[in-house]
Design a protein. Sequence first.
Length: 666
Amino acid sequence: MSDLLEKTHPDNSSKKIVCRIEDTDCDDLDLKLSRLWLRIAIAGVFAGQGMVFSLALNMTPPPFGSMPYWILHGGLIFSSLVVMAFLGGPLFASTWGMLRSRRLSIEGLFTLSLVGAFVGSLAGSLTGEGDVFYEIVSIVIAIYTFGRMLGERSQARLMAESEELRERFDQVQRVDGDTGPKIVPLSEVDVGDLVRVDPGGPIAVDGIVREGVGYVKETALTGEPLPVVRSVGDRVRAGTFSEDGSFLVEVEAGAGARELDQILNIVQSTDGEPSELQLQANRLIQYFLPLVAAVAILSALLWAAFGTWMEAVFNSMAVLLVACPCALGLATPVAIWQGLYRMAQKGLISRDGAFVDAMADVQTVYFDKTGTLSEREMRVVETLVSDLWQERRTGLMRAVSSLESRSSHPIAQTLIKELGVDESDFPIVRDWRLIPAKGVAGKIELEGSEVELRVGEIVDPESCSRAVELETRLRFREGKRVYVSIDTELAAIFVLQERPRAGLEIALEELKALGVQAQVLTGDPNPNLQLPAHVHLQAGLSAADKAKIIELAAERGENPCFVGDGINDVIAMSAANTSISMESGTGLANSAGVAQLRYDRVQAIPEAIALARRIRARLRGNLFYAASYNFIGMSLAAFGLLHPVAAASIMLISSFFVTFRALRLN
């Protein structure tokens, strides 16, 4: 990765920040976020002091032209200019871009109200007639900057996670005939080359196994909860890991052509889509912005012709002030952020306001299975011990725990946790060895004699004495079986199954009660998770298969929500109307998800949908109120019936009313 830099996180944690050398902005994202918060805080301070001093000047103004007059007015003018220079750059640039492209947007209304407030206040300061309201400059810019910051932050984190994942699988051990394996960048590998993968190492190419056998962990790409056996002739993919075997892999797809690259490219090229309410607001602006400008100009011309120039200035400024987007700008954001706060209390965290709108429209929720509806760790649902070892069960379980304690395989860790044997009771194991794709074995002392103990898939039940009998005695026919043999005798069988998330059954029933369908899409070819009859499950799907299903659902108008945790879920997340990642999921999935499920609490999903529907109803009411208020206020201001101070006061009262309404969401 010659074009990438890796920096250590300032808190000396293991977190890495990945960026490209040619990028001029290569700061830690958390540091950038802190700087943006500092800017917004500064704008808030200026707005607060502006409100205090403007109120004082308007209520008890000092004599015009006096030293206190110019000090106070000069300070307010200076503070407004500082805020515009310090924070207003993006707003003014967006407004200029709007004008150059001959389109209308909310930026134009923000800028128009900001300029109107400043010019009207400046006219009052210079003439000594009328009131001032410089604080509106800071309020408007702070609202705009806050929304812009959130969008840029989410996109930057997603890009960083994608680059970090790409870097993790960017080197291989290329096998050369004369020199042996040599670590080289992925870009130097061609189709047909041979690369070596060591036990525990990452697989960085899509290819075919030419030598070796062992377990490969594919959970992030396929959803398969347990490592799968891969041997000569099997295909392996970049983004997976060898658990215990050494492989010689012939490259079928290298840099840029891997399935992993396709997923990352889609993620990095995906642009956020505006919500329905955002589109409605944009359509409203197309008509509202020209109307505000036209009414303000017409008011100025008419009052200049039939009144005084001061009346023309103040009445036109009153139009702009009463039409300030604070009501429109607060109506939606305050209700949405309050809704997002309530969702966070339930365990569903999102910083995207469009998430609320999308959840209100959801008709079908598509779930990944492994790591989403089921725990990543399996559970032992049955332990069957042969009659010969029934009385010596405790010693047998200690021996199994001791043997498995040296393995990092997920099944081994599950057995150790389930058996709960204290390490101090572990018997000594000699000649411990890993048998790739089969299990583990070793010599261990049991009841005064040394025996050969094996755990895993190393026993053929039909060729082992009493095996057939033990199989018929199992209560659970579904699930992963792990065999324990001593010398050549089958001693025990463990049956493992996926562990459903706590509250899963309740969550699925609540979705049904809301009229929302639930479906499961998994890459696991043999799922054994028990689900209600009304939940449809599709197994053995690739990342592209999942995305296609989601795209078709979107075309049918289902407004799908996808819930996942793995790399293979990212494309489907991007294709869905909205998406949720599990807190325990991969970094890329967490960055791609619009929301994250804290503590993996799936019950929060139906609760969030019900809340989002209530929020949308309140939002529509707020937007209708804001539009009505602006229309009436502008009419009064245009006819000279609304003083700029009254216009500013009404705007503030309206904003408080909208805020109060939003905060009362239940």
